[in-house]
Design a binder for this molecule. Structure first.
Ligand code: MEV
Length: 343
């Protein structure tokens, strides 16, 4: 993949004039939420895992005093901006919003007058809810810090990317950024108050995509409206989700898959109560449970996107087939993947 990307990159850049040989490529993984979605936005813990589908960013100095972005996966080609205009536009084109805002924030801390070319490519579709915006933000920041010989700790990288996503999206706990940076499987508290890597191996997960792209910010707002209408009741649900997440931290590290599956089912019921489940998700979740999964739940904001099932390897194929039979698309991913890295 690395060779492929390098070659593709060189072909596409062959007719551009570049400065020296300074080119840095970085990548960051997508993520899946295992426990605690929505409650995490209100200060409760969640558990997330990084998946082995990555987004890559290549950063390169160019002689022209401008920012150029090539992100063909999201329909962006030949995007250009004068260096002094980076991030000024209040209506930055959607496909480059995270990338441009990340560069603006980096340049505010580490100003420079060299032109910059950024090229991104993704191994997964932005439809799946794997956190493509977060992964691209992290990959770009990792690449441009490398290009500028700036060493950012994971905490620095989290802070800069959390600021970026906050400016673009306005809402969110930042767990997806932490998963993209640290990798592995993490226990996370909103804003990065706690990011604890968990000693968990690869999980025997099946991921089913409903075929419906969900809009995370509007689902967060929908839950916020519920919270505003009945704070006590909603806090009660969040508290129960938090207890499940706490117990799941133990069951996951002990490798108690049966209990972890039960906890996933319980977490799902609470997400139903929050109103973020859909009939398509239910169909895939029931099919997975009926086919022998230890447990299944939606993963992420709900409203569509993906569900996950935990299944013994002996049942995995059955579960995959059952999900496909009811119209889901099985996405084959490996959990516990490596975090952001220079390639
Ligand atoms: C979305 O993947 C998960 C939410 O908890 C939002 C967030 O934590 O940013 C709904």
């Amino acid at each position: 993949m690395r060779e492929y990307f390098k070659q593709k990159h060189q072909e596409e850049l062959s007719d551009r004039e570049t400065v020296g040989a300074s080119l840095v490529s970085a990548s960051a993984p997508g993520k899946l939420m295992l426990f605690g979605e929505h409650a995490v936005v209100y200060g409760y813990p969640c558990i997330a895992t990084a998946v082995d589908q990555r987004i890559r960013a290549v950063a390169q100095n160019i002689p022209q005093p401008r920012l150029e972005i090539e992100a063909p996966d999201v329909g962006v080609t030949n995007y250009e901006k004068g260096l002094s205009e980076i991030g000024l536009d209040t209506n930055i084109f959607k496909g480059v919003r995270f990338v441009e805002t990340a560069i603006k924030n980096f340049r505010e801390l580490y100003p420079g007058d060299s032109g910059l070319l950024i090229q991104t490519s993704s191994e997964f579709s932005s439809e799946f809810g794997f956190g493509s915006s977060s992964a691209v933000t992290v990959a770009v920041l990792k690449a441009i810090s490398g290009l500028n010989n700036v060493f950012l700790t994971n905490e620095d990288l989290f802070r800069l990317s959390y600021q970026t996503v906050g400016e673009v999206q306005g809402v969110g706990s930042g767990f997806d950024l932490a998963a993209a940076i640290w990798g592995g499987t993490i226990n996370f508290i909103a804003g990065g108050k706690e990011i604890t890597p968990l000693a968990v191996g690869e999980l025997s997960l099946v991921v089913g995509y409903t075929g419906i792209k969900a809009d995370t910010p509007s689902l967060i707002r929908q839950v916020a409206e519920l919270y505003r209408r009945d704070q006590k009741w909603t806090e009660g649900i969040f508290g129960s989700i938090a207890s499940i997440t706490k117990e799941a931290r133990t069951s996951l590290t002990k490798g108690d898959w049966e209990r972890t599956g039960e906890l996933m089912n319980l977490n799902q019921e609470l997400l139903v109560a929050l109103g973020v489940n859909t009939k398509e998700l239910s169909r895939l979740i029931s099919a997975a449970r009926d086919a022998g999964a230890w447990g299944a739940k939606l993963s992420g904001a709900g409203g569509g996107d993906c569900m996950i099932a935990l299944a013994d390897s002996e049942y995995k194929k059955n579960v995959e087939e059952a999900i496909e039979k009811v119209g889901g698309k099985v996405l084959r991913v490996t959990s516990n993947a490596e975090g952001a890295r220079i390639e």
